[in-house]
Design a protein around this ligand. Structure first.
Ligand SMILES: O=C(O)CCC(=O)C(=O)O
Ligand SMILES: [Fe+2]
Length: 283
């Protein structure tokens, strides 16, 4: 299986899109500068230490997961609005869709929402996570549904190596039908240095890798940018207080779910007896 393509952090959005379109994923080297990674580590790693490991082979028996990251480090916003990540999500997910029929047919872009945030630390001795498509969380089928529902990022917070559990990705699996099973022999390792990131589609088969080291912890930060027409995988309304959401710029507030689609009213909240945009509740 051909390796994943690597592009520098200075690559154009068009180049990133072209590779994702062809392979289902791409590695962007130097996605965030070392200072930002250092801050993320300083703020998040001590809290992650307090998290316990998972309970099954999907969440990982030697793997710690921590969510609600926007409440824990402001630098997480740097990931969400990075032009290559947000730009790729705009391209693949926020595409016009026609709804309604006959004279009521309209075209609308669904908008984007952060589907979830998680720090994932794969510890020594962890086995491989089953290969999967993240869009299965939304019971989404692609290519059947004809559109992508998610662009996902895994930012390497530590170095990712073939030995320490780098994410396994099946290149070009994003176009497969849902009946086709991904075999581990078809996967390649998203080996990358801290600060680099793997961008991939909700339809791309992938999974956490086996950690064959005795003492290395592989730490990644994941986030999905999803269609705003589906439910967020992480319940961010419950995970983040309105005070936390309020402390971010409006662009982030909307991405966190405090927004609606005026054309279809999707996501409204009642304010003064009207179906209104929830952003108004934040003042
Ligand atoms: O941490 C990883 O490398 C992948 C984890 C993953 O794909 C998941 O939990 O859905
Ligand atoms: Fe996944």
């Amino acid at each position: 299986m051909a390796d994943l393509t690597r592009l520098p952090g200075t690559a154009s959005l068009d180049d990133v899109i072209a590779v994702i379109d062809r392979d289902g994923g791409v590695i962007v080297e130097g996605f965030l500068p070392p200072e930002v990674i250092a801050e993320l580590k300083a703020e998040l790693l001590p809290k992650l230490e307090a998290c316990s490991a998972g309970r099954d082979d999907f969440s990982g028996f030697q793997t710690r997961r921590m969510s609600a990251l926007f409440a824990k480090s402001r630098r997480v916003a740097d990931v969400a609005i990075h032009p290559l990540f947000l730009g790729a999500a705009e391209h693949f997910v926020n595409r016009p869709v026609v709804y309604g029929s006959g004279e009521h047919a309209r075209s609308v872009r669904p908008g984007l929402r952060i589907g979830g945030t998680q720090m994932i630390q794969i510890g020594p001795g962890e086995g491989a996570q089953p290969l999967h498509r993240d869009q299965w969380a939304m019971l989404w089928r692609y290519p059947d549904y004809g559109r992508q529902v998610r662009v996902q990022i895994t930012l390497a917070v530590s170095d990712f190596t073939e030995k320490n559990g780098a994410t396994q990705v099946v290149p070009r699996s994003h176009t497969w039908n849902d009946e086709r099973v991904a075999d581990p022999s078809e996967a390649v390792s998203a080996a990358m240095t801290a600060g680099s990131a793997l961008l991939f589609l909700g339809s791309t088969h992938h999974g956490g890798g086996t950690n064959r080291t005795a003492d290395q912890y592989r730490t990644g930060l994941t986030m999905g940018l999803d269609s705003a027409a589906v439910r967020q995988e992480e319940n961010l309304y419950l995970a983040l207080s309105s005070e936390v959401v309020k402390s971010y710029p409006e662009q982030i507030q909307r991405l966190l779910g405090w927004s609606y689609m005026p054309e279809t009213y999707m996501g409204w909240v009642e304010i003064d007896g009207e179906m209104a945009d929830p952003i108004r509740l934040l003042g």
